[in-house]
Design a protein. Structure first.
Lengths: 307, 263
């Protein structure tokens, strides 16, 4: 990352424990799981929440998040900032986001390379954008504005997409690399999104990963996808977050962690939400891969030190 | 403001992708935008439909989550068809989905197929108030004993500060009874009530409560919430009904945690 850090302030009056997140697997936090999570013995892993669900003034959502935050690292994942949109960011929404960051001191903060609001309408979906030098400039300004407002760098997530824009002149990986260069942001690598987009647009997920700026990745997402067909009858994958992680996505994840070493890794499961043990088992499977590579990175380090 | 913020003149053509992309998101009759395709020139009808489907279905789901009793009364097929019309007519303007659906009760009132259920819009109004109470700011309710500290001769001029979660919903139908029967997991039996019911919604702690307001109670609470003192609010309630019981109403509001301060 470039020299952003010195300009960001770190709060000296923490309301919550620091709870390191490095090398941990976590899950989406769903309120129905709260009692079993808090009664579940060892407090391992981390939880990620969608920022917008906690932008009310008070009530049970804040009570639940505060209880989770006391015992676990929390990742704050923005879904609606519309960073990839052509219009200026919503200043009121930015203010709400900053208030959440200040209140909960999350271990990670992320947003999407996508947009969801245009003019006065909120579409509640992660909509795609063309990749051009002009949109790089626009999106980079939005990331700068968000980072300056909240006082810390954010992670930007690669999207899953179903269409391509004729006007795009850059690859998605070059576009994302340019954002990192311009803004000093980190990246959230959604491995399921890589697999979904690669399948939908007929390229190799491995070559996408070879071109991706892996050194800047600060978090991984894993999720389930659904299968449909496009107009030609070919496979079209949908980023549905409603089931277990696919075998092919686990393999890509193993490759990424082999290259990057252990990174905070989230199992996203947002609809058809299972019982807590099912979600917890997916996180345990991710943790096993992280731990395996932590051991081999550790051994590798020792071998280098000995040599 | 950076140069890119300009929306007019020859810069604007770079940024019209959102205009083109949104044009058909809520209109299933429109073709996908010319600007998009699949790889190697493949068609984008089904591909664009993924976005259109995500938008419509997720917003219908949001209404279903916010109006569960309304959904239970109508059944899912009726509800989703009704919600689809509303989503296309009045999509959200805020990225906070728990704010969506403020216009839904009025839409239900105008919705032809809902005419045989004239109480349905009021049930939706009560559910909307319930959700507002759920997300309202936290505050400590005024203890009932605090009122004893106010000298009797000053009571008429005392102003009650409502708790941020407090709401009053008036209905010509037994809305509290219908709401309560349809927000439980238990089977809904025959609903015997048929008179009008006004509702008090409060959230003194973490749990939202819905109660009946006694006769004149809604008029009384409406005035209090508008900042009028007890005397004026009581006069308005008496004007509406001679059955209004001032002491019982004050005790009821305090006991429900509807008030945070009196001064």
């Amino acid at each position: 990352m470039n020299g952003l850090a010195p300009s960001f302030r770190i709060s000296k009056t923490s309301r919550f424990p620091a709870h390191p997140i490095a090398g941990l697997a976590g899950t989406s936090f769903k309120h129905e799981h709260l009692p079993v999570i808090l009664g579940d013995g060892p407090k391992d892993g981390f939880f990620e929440v969608h920022a917008e669900n906690y932008m009310g003034a008070g009530g049970p959502p804040h009570d639940a998040l505060a209880r989770i935050r006391r015992d676990f690292p929390v990742s704050l994942h923005g879904v609606c900032m519309s960073i990839g949109g052509p219009r200026p960011l919503d200043k009121v929404h930015l203010g709400r986001f900053k208030a959440l960051v200040d209140r909960y001191e999350p271990a990670l903060v992320s947003e999407h390379l996508a947009w969801s609001t245009h003019d006065t309408t909120f579409y509640n979906d992660l909509l795609p954008l063309p990749y051009t030098p002009a949109t790089v400039s626009r999106v980079a300004n939005h990331i700068d504005e968000m980072q300056e407002t909240i006082g810390r760098p954010i992670l930007i997530e690669n999207p899953s997409t179903y269409v391509l824009f004729a006007e795009s002149t850059m690859s998605e990986t070059d576009f994302i690399g340019a954002l990192v260069q311009r803004t000093g942001c980190g990246l959230l690598l959604d491995v399921n999104n890589v697999f979904v987009s690669a399948t939908n647009h007929g390229y190799s997920a491995l070559s996408y990963l070879a071109d991706f700026p892996l050194a800047h990745v600060g978090e991984i997402h894993l999720a389930g996808h659904a299968e449909q067909a496009d107009d030609e009858g070919d496979l079209l994958l949908i980023d549905s977050h409603d089931g277990p992680v696919a075998d092919a996505v686990w393999k890509l994840f193993d490759i990424v962690i082999g290259r990057c070493g252990p990174l905070p890794t989230l199992i996203e499961w947002d609809s058809a939400i299972p019982e807590w043990p099912v979600l917890k088992a997916e996180a345990a499977a991710a943790q096993a891969i992280l731990d395996h590579h932590a051991d081999s990175h550790h051994l590798l380090g020792k071998a280098h030190a000995a040599g | 403001m950076p140069q890119d913020e300009l929306q007019s003149g020859d810069l604007s053509h770079r940024f019209d992708y959102a205009e083109a992309f949104t044009a058909g998101l809520l209109d299933p009759g429109r073709a996908p935008p010319d600007a998009v395709s699949g790889p190697n020139g493949k068609a984008a009808v089904k591909r664009y439909a993924v976005y259109r489907n995500n938008v419509t279905v997720s917003l219908i789901d949001a209404l279903a989550a916010s109006f569960p009793a309304t959904l239970r009364i109508t059944g899912p097929d009726f509800f989703r068809a009704m919600a689809r019309f509303h989503v296309r007519e009045t999509p959200p303007t805020s990225p906070l989905l728990f704010e969506y659906g403020r216009d839904f009760p009025d839409f239900i009132e105008r919705y032809d197929y809902a005419r045989p259920m004239p109480w349905l819009a009021d049930v939706a109004r009560l559910e909307r108030a319930w959700l507002d109470a759920y997300h309202a700011a936290d505050a400590e309710p005024l203890a009932s004993v605090a009122l004893a500290a106010i000298p009797p001769e000053r009571l008429a001029d005392t102003v009650f500060v409502p708790h941020p979660a407090t709401r009053a919903i008036r209905s010509r139908y037994p809305v509290v009874t219908i709401f309560a029967a349809n927000r439980r997991d238990r089977p809904v039996g025959r609903i015997e009530a048929d008179g009008p019911e006004d509702a008090l919604v409060t959230r003194p702690g973490l749990e939202v409560f819905v109660r009946h307001l006694p006769p004149g109670g809604a008029a009384f609470l409406d005035r209090l919430m508008a900042g009028e003192p007890l005397g004026a609010a009581a006069a308005a309630a008496f004007a509406e009904t001679a059955e209004f019981d001032l002491a019982a109403n004050i005790a009821g509001l305090l006991q429900a945690g509807a008030i945070t301060a009196a001064h």
